[in-house]
Design a protein. Structure first.
Length: 151
């Protein structure tokens, strides 16, 4: 049986291929929100409204570190860094999709609250522009099944 990759192992692989200033802890947060990228790009187009959601998501992820008491975090700098990584992953989604989802599945196994959050946000992103398309719904269904988002 193949070993299930951890987010830590994914981080090592990712940073070996793409140097980034995102710490491993920040990468965990980024990984949890990765399914949103799949939804955003599922119809092959990222429209302006979806990109605004992406920017809000990057800022939200960055701000979460400040909210948790890490006063050293530069929210704007981290949000910009997250946006750079999102842009990179959108371009190379096919190369990274399975690795992120494979690492995320065991992480979520003991975090039901994170599962709920992921399901809520992927549905929000799907509805962001003119409702949920057939392509987006197919991706939502696959992500729900693969990450066991519903019992």
């Amino acid at each position: 049986m193949a070993e299930v990759p951890s987010i830590s192992q994914l981080y090592q692989k990712y940073t070996a291929e793409r140097p980034t200033s995102v710490t491993e802890e920040q990468f965990v947060t980024f990984t949890v929100f990765f399914p949103n990228l799949i939804i955003i790009i599922s119809d092959g187009v990222i429209d302006l409204e979806e990109w605004e959601y992406v920017k809000q998501l990057a800022r939200f992820m960055a701000k979460s570190f400040k909210d948790e008491g890490d006063e050293q975090v530069n929210v704007e700098g981290l949000a910009d860094c997250y946006l750079r990584e999102i842009s990179y992953l959108i371009k190379f989604l096919a190369d990274w999709r399975d690795a992120f989802l494979d690492a995320l599945q065991p992480y979520l196994a003991s975090r039901p609250d994170a599962k709920t959050s992921i399901l809520d946000t992927i549905q929000l992103f799907a509805e962001a522009s003119e409702g949920t398309s057939d392509e987006e719904q197919a991706q939502i269904d696959e992500i729900k099944n693969r990450l066991q988002l519903e019992s």
